[in-house]
Design a protein around this ligand. Structure first.
Ligand code: DX5
Ligand code: ZN
Length: 220
C-alpha cells in the first residue's frame, strides 16, 4: 500500500535543459528528488506538444528513480502500453480524456504500474469520485495543463485536494494526492495544508539557483 503521508518531491523534466538530459536527471537526483515527473502532451488534449515514449526510455536509461508519467493526451487507452514498455513506473491519465476510464486504469495496474487519475482546474470534482477506489494517485492539476511556468490556481483547486483527502479517509483508501503546476517553496505549503503529499515542480526546481536548497525547503 502507498504511504500517502510521505512527502514526495517530483521535479518535472519539462523545465530541464533537454540538450543535456542525463546531466539534468542526475542533477535532480543529487539535489534529493524522489521521483521524476514526465509530461506527455499530444497537441490535442492540450495546446502543446512535448515528447513521447522514446524520450521516456532515454530518461529511464539515466535513472533508477520512479518515473511518474503524466499523459496529457486525448487517447491514453491507445498509448499507455508504449509508456509501460519505455520504463514508466506510474502512469496518470486524465478524467477529461476520451477513454473507458476503469478499463484503462485496470490495464495500467495489471501491467504493474501505479494508476493515476488527473483532474483539471475547470472540471467538477464529482467526475473523479466514481474511480477513487481504483487509483493509487489522484493528480489535482493546479494550473490549466499545457505549459510550465504558470501561476498556482489556489481557489479553484485546493477544495479538490481537501475533498480528495476527506473521501480517502471516509472510504479507507490509500491513494497519493499529487499537485502539479505553479508549485514552489511557498505554494507547496498551501497544497500540503490541504492534503497533498506529492509535489511536482518544474520551473521552481530546474531554474532554481540551488535545486537542493529548494527541495529541502519543499520538504519542510
Ligand atoms: C503542466 C505540466 C506540469 C509542468 C509544471 O502542464 O503538467 O507538470 O511541468 O511546471 P511548473 O512547475 O513550471 O508550473
Ligand atoms: Zn505534469
Amino acid at each position: 500500500m502507498t504511504d500517502c503521508n510521505q512527502r514526495i518531491i517530483a521535479p518535472s523534466i519539462l523545465a530541464a535543459d533537454w540538450s543535456r538530459v542525463r546531466e539534468e536527471v542526475e542533477r535532480a537526483e543529487f539535489a534529493g528528488a524522489d521521483w521524476h515527473h514526465l509530461d506527455v502532451m499530444d497537441g490535442h488534449f492540450v495546446p502543446n506538444i512535448s515528447f513521447g515514449p522514446q524520450y521516456v526510455s532515454a530518461v529511464r536509461s539515466c535513472s533508477d528513480l520512479t518515473l511518474d508519467v503524466h499523459l496529457m493526451i486525448e487517447r491514453p487507452d491507445l498509448y499507455w502500453e508504449a509508456f509501460v514498455k519505455s520504463g514508466a513506473d506510474r502512469i496518470t491519465v486524465h478524467v477529461e480524456a476520451d477513454h473507458d476510464i476503469p478499463d484503462t486504469l485496470e490495464k495500467i495496474g495489471k501491467a504493474g504500474c501505479g494508476r493515476g487519475l488527473a483532474i483539471n482546474p475547470d472540471t467538477d470534482f464529482g467526475d473523479v469520485v466514481p474511480f477513487l477506489d481504483q487509483i493509487d494517485l489522484l493528480l489535482v492539476m493546479t494550473v490549466r495543463p499545457g505549459f510550465g511556468g504558470q501561476a498556482f490556481m489556489e481557489t479553484e483547486t485546493m477544495p479538490k485536494v481537501a475533498e480528495g483527502k476527506r473521501l480517502r479517509e471516509e472510504r479507507g483508501l490509500g491513494y497519493h494526492i499529487e499537485v502539479d503546476g505553479g508549485i514552489d517553496t511557498e505554494t507547496v505549503a498551501i497544497a500540503a495544508e490541504h492534503g497533498a503529499n506529492v509535489m511536482v515542480a518544474g520551473t521552481s526546481l530546474y531554474r532554481a539557483e540551488n535545486m537542493a536548497d529548494s527541495i529541502l525547503k519543499m520538504r519542510e
